[in-house]
Ligand binder design. Structure first.
Ligand SMILES: [Zn+2]
Length: 593
């Protein structure tokens, strides 16, 4: 499948890269295809020098520390990457042969580890369809106001995507209405629509959410209300025919050029259900929007100021427009792969902690010279390897934790978190019984760190678990360094948060052991620039496994603690996902005594 992601801006990865030659030598031996057998495991650990691993977190017994030490090693982390990032796997593009090989590898590896198949039909696979929409967009988009007309140019002034999975998406003589932020949030007493009838209209909206007051939409921190996905969903709920988001670099968090590249070419989605949909989802540049408002006889800046007030009402612009997109639609199938380790406590074993990593990557480029295989070694064979190592460590324990553990390798993440979205819509465990989600997307291949970034810090009491395990490793926990960019909503944990499940997502550290300040950031930026979503994201001899081991052990301890604690984790009171959790808990209450 073509390389493209619906989560624009390359994620900065705050991590970095001394070479750990000793580890490489030790793990080179572990070329076993499926995760090593016990014999190979003990070989690997014998050859590996002890890690500076700190103390065990409070409440974690020595047997758990021993499992981490034995099962989470450089060799165990390298082996799956060696296999999955090989050219033979052809970049693991959804629905490719490499994709099917990946699924088979994950299923057989989990079987080898003694896990149980966990799909609804008792197999390892949860298949799902991916719909590709390639929309042909006209070169100009015309808007009329009385006798006056404005033509916007595709790509320079606007981009447009189909909101429907039909051969044609169309807007016919629809009226434009400016709806401010397009947000309806009862918990903040905010409603931009005020009951206006917006059926069949094209809604013009500001991106982001109100950010000037810390008590309103968490101030500068971007909430889901500030993501473009929310905006289009919100317009659909109003029965609108289309939506236009006004792009500015600060409100999007990335330049116009990212909008251009992310929204050009084939777009991928799950098959449409009966949810409301707009026909056309568009973006305009701020400059083009000013011209549009001038055409309407409106003052752009004045309307922007009005939109910042709670008493804002939708403003009909007196402008009408039509647009038709010709779509070619394709359909293909991929799968999530999932295995379960049942918990030991009869009271809690029907609750699960879910570990996720996406197994897909971008496949093979259809054109271009030289290497065209997107091996996705770091993105995300490394995350898959981490979750497999966790599964291995959990199955090494003398007894499993109280709650059950679900190891879920999701597909089609690069196409817009599709595998985790599908799982959230078709969960194998009721959402009210999912205690937490720990997601792994891209490991640290540069060495041990003294710190660690927790994306979404402050959102749930999982913070306390994260802080305890980080402290035991002598590491400082940092909040998201880019609060306004909404990273929490851009990887698979978000699909779980949306159905109410508290979720943890660690990004790497920045402060590398034995390296000067700033070194880590430099390595990460250089890697992102050169290798992010490129065929050169490959397993190379300079990978260090020290940081990966450190982070995987941290994830293991955190997962163990969550699986053992008396109560399931909770969202911070007032959090945007609290209502979804209450609903999920209500759905299971009474169904079991
Ligand atoms: Zn990616």
């Amino acid at each position: 499948m073509p390389s493209k992601t619906l989560a624009p801006t390359p994620r900065p990865r705050h991590r970095t890269a001394p070479s750990m030659v000793a580890f490489r030598a030790a793990s080179a031996r572990g070329t076993v295809l499926a995760l090593a057998t016990l014999t190979v495991l003990s070989f690997a650990t014998a050859a590996v020098p002890a890690m500076a691993d700190g103390e065990l977190p409070p409440g974690v017994p020595p047997a758990v520390g021993e499992a981490a030490r034995v099962a989470i090693t450089p060799g165990v982390l390298e082996a799956p990457v060696r296999f999955l990032a090989d050219d033979l796997l052809e970049g693991r593009g959804p629905a490719s042969r490499g994709d099917r090989l990946t699924q088979l590898y994950l299923a057989s590896t989990m079987q080898l580890l003694g896990l149980q198949p966990a799909a609804a039909d008792g197999s390892w696979l949860q298949p799902f369809d991916v719909v590709g929409i390639d929309a042909k967009v006209p070169a100009t988009w015309s808007f009329t106001h009385g006798d006056a007309r404005l033509d916007l140019a595709w790509n320079d002034d606007f981009i447009a995507a189909s909101g429907v999975q039909r051969p044609e998406a169309r807007i016919d003589g629809a009226e434009l209405v400016f709806v401010g932020y397009g947000i309806e949030a009862p918990e903040y007493g905010w409603d931009d629509f005020k009951g206006a009838d917006l059926a069949g209209k094209v809604l013009v909206m500001l991106n982001n959410d109100p950010d000037w007051d810390p008590d309103l939409f968490a101030g500068e921190r971007r909430l889901y209300y500030g993501r473009w996905t929310y905006k289009y969903e919100s317009a659909a709920r109003q029965g609108a025919a289309g939506a236009i988001l006004i792009h500015t670099t600060p409100s999007a968090g990335y330049p116009w050029q990212v909008v251009q590249t992310s929204w050009t070419g084939e777009q991928f989605e799950l098959p449409a259900g009966n949810e409301p949909r707009i026909e056309v989802a568009a973006w305009t540049t701020e400059e083009a929007t000013r011209r549009l408002f001038t055409l309407a006889g409106q003052d752009y800046d004045a309307l922007l100021a009005a939109a910042k007030r709670r008493d804002f009402h939708p403003v009909p612009l007196g402008v009408t427009t039509s647009l038709a997109l010709d779509n070619s639609i394709s359909r293909a199938q991929t799968a999530n792969v999932l295995g379960m380790l049942p918990g030991r406590d009869p009271q809690l074993a029907d609750q699960v902690v879910v570990f996720t990593a996406h197994h897909d990557h971008l496949g093979v480029a259809s054109e271009g010279e030289g290497d065209r295989i997107y091996n996705g070694a770091l993105d995300n064979a490394s995350g898959v390897a981490t979750v497999l190592a966790l599964a291995r460590a959990f199955s090494e324990l003398p007894e499993p934790p109280r709650r059950s553990l679900l190891f879920l390798f999701v597909g089609a993440e690069e196409q817009g978190l599709l595998g985790s979205k599908y799982y959230a819509a078709h969960p194998t465990v009721e959402p009210g019984r999912i205690a937490a989600n720990l997601n792994f997307d891209g490991a640290n291949i540069w060495g041990e760190t003294r710190d660690l970034t927790l994306i979404g810090m402050g959102k749930s009491d999982l913070d306390a678990v994260a802080r305890a395990v980080a402290a035991a490793q002598g590491r400082e926990l940092l909040p998201d360094q880019f609060q306004d960019r909404g990273y929490y909503y851009r990887s698979d944990q978000f699909s779980f948060a949306k159905i109410g499940v508290p979720a943890l997502y660690f990004d790497g550290g920045t402060d590398f052991v034995g390296k000067p300040a700033g070194w880590g950031k430099e390595q990460v930026e250089a890697w992102t620039e050169e290798h992010y979503h490129q065929p050169s994201d490959e397993l190379t001899a300079d990978w260090s496994y020290a940081g990966m081991v450190q982070d995987a052990r941290l994830g293991f301890y955190a997962g163990w603690l969550v699986a053992e604690q008396e109560e399931m984790p909770r969202w911070t009171p007032g959090d945007e996902f609290e209502a979804a959790r209450e609903k999920a808990l209500k759905a299971i209450s009474g169904s079991k005594e």
